[in-house]
Design a protein around this ligand. Structure first.
Ligand SMILES: [Zn+2]
Ligand SMILES: [Zn+2]
Length: 143
């Protein structure tokens, strides 16, 4: 498993430092987009915020991850998977716990909606709401 991370970093021209390997591991483990705050909570290594910030910037620059969307003050990053930084699938973001989900089967056709002369540069569709764990009626149903 770790070997795969070393390879991915090297192939993208990045030295495989412990911190980089750890952050990459978290993205693969989570299998969903992550904000820096969530990464900080999941770390097995001691890394400060500035180090994680630099790692995320290096990964973004190398194309290993891209910014999926901005949620309030939080940037949420993900592995490319089936999309690119230019044409990303829609996402769901829970305003309760901050959990995010990729809506890869949800296609948004916007081309016809854009007027003549407009150039689309990036698609970013975000559905905001509550996940099953944060639904206010959840506890009541179990009483
Ligand atoms: Zn939630
Ligand atoms: Zn996604």
């Amino acid at each position: 498993m770790e070997e795969r991370f070393f390879g991915l970093l090297r192939d993208n021209g990045l030295k495989a430092t412990k911190g980089r390997v750890e952050v990459l591991r978290l993205f693969f483990k989570a299998g969903r987009p992550l904000a820096q705050k969530q990464i900080m909570e999941m770390l097995r290594l001691k890394l400060d915020r500035a180090s994680v910030y630099r790692i995320l910037n290096a990964f973004t620059g190398a194309g290993i991850i891209h910014m999926a969307f901005v949620d309030g003050r939080h940037r949420v990053y993900e592995l490319p998977g089936k999309c690119s930084g230019r044409n990303c699938h829609p996402h769901f973001s829970c305003r309760g716990c901050g959990m995010t989900a990729c809506l890869e089967d949800f296609k948004v056709y916007y081309k016809g909606a854009l007027g003549k002369g407009f150039v689309a540069e990036r698609q970013k569709v975000l559905i905001e709401g509550l996940c099953p764990n944060c639904r206010p009626d959840r506890d009541r149903r179990h009483e």
